[in-house]
Design a protein around this ligand. Sequence first.
Ligand SMILES: NC(=O)c1ccc[n+]([C@@H]2O[C@H](COP(=O)([O-])OP(=O)(O)OC[C@H]3O[C@@H](n4cnc5c(N)ncnc54)[C@H](O)[C@@H]3O)[C@@H](O)[C@H]2O)c1
Ligand SMILES: O=C(O)C(=O)C[C@]1(C(=O)O)C=C[C@@H](O)C=C1
Length: 301
Amino acid sequence: MAIGNVAIIGLGLLGGSIGLALAKHCPEIATTGFDTDPVTRDAARARNLAGTISNTSIEAVANADLVILCVPVGAMGFAAEAIRDALPKNAIVSDVGSSKQSVVDTLRAALPDHCVIPAHPVAGTEQSGPEAGFAELFEHRWCILTPSAETPQDSIDALSEFWERLGSKIEIMDAKHHDLVLAVTSHIPHLIAYTIVGTASDLEDVTRSEVIKYSAGGFRDFTRIAASDPTMWRDVFLNNKDAVLEMLGRFTEDLTALQRAIRSGDGDALHDLFTRTRAIRRSIIEQGQDDARPDFGRSDH
Ligand SMILES: NC(=O)c1ccc[n+]([C@@H]2O[C@H](COP(=O)([O-])OP(=O)(O)OC[C@H]3O[C@@H](n4cnc5c(N)ncnc54)[C@H](O)[C@@H]3O)[C@@H](O)[C@H]2O)c1
Ligand SMILES: O=C(O)C(=O)C[C@]1(C(=O)O)C=C[C@@H](O)C=C1
């Protein structure tokens, strides 16, 4: 099936980047955007984030072959219910949410008569809102699709081709497995960054000026991640609770083992771990999966 008309619901970093990437790579595809926030709709018009910016989501999806929900995970249900009665019968409904099992359940319950194929482009920055998007966000990045066994193959192929045209590489995964993998590779790293920056600021007497003064080091990298959108990340943790708590349990055990090694002066244990993690970083770089575009869309440069 050919995708000729795309509706983007939510015009922040992800929605805006999809609109700009479509204009760059697929100018023949018509785009319509909607956001519940009127200030965001005005900013989206000013930046041409979509060909048409509608004032209602009903208008936005009226002619869509593909609808992509680009709203916080906790708002997926509201966004889906708002378009239910206006969706063309054959439209594919997808999303970009950072967790998948709760989104799968929510969207399938809200839109039982439609083809729902959840997706997660593993691409982002700490920025949010309509000014944050850029056309190159998805280039050379993975986009994970989590279809069900019943999803028609031609619809999966159409969505895969769509993301490939925006520059992404496709992986198909079970939603539950996605949530476990992303808990380790994305969600817990964010939780650690929020914690370390919060802890440093709680120790204000010790660190008041030092936090700023010496933040050119490792701490600065954590502050970038800890500047990520509070609404988005609140929703990720509340919606990927089981996987995050399971992986946090493993992480806490490993942290306790490190604490013990430091207390008992076990330098070999520390050295062995740091050698292993350095090798992991090197193999990520060798596989070309590090950020080849360090300053794209990021504030810290
Ligand atoms: N930021 C990242 O790095 C990143 C990366 C990959 C995936 N994601 C996922 O993408 C989604 C969007 O994240 P973002 O970074 O673009 O956030 P954002 O805050 O930049 O944009 C979200 C937009 O959705 C709008 N919105 C909220 N509820 C709505 C509704 N019911 N209908 C229409 N619009 C609504 C908001 O007004 C806002 O403009 C989230 O689910 C997030 O988990 C984010
Ligand atoms: O690079 C960043 O700033 C990100 O946080 C991007 C990042 C990630 O953790 O890798 C954040 C959330 C997503 O769902 C996907 C990508």
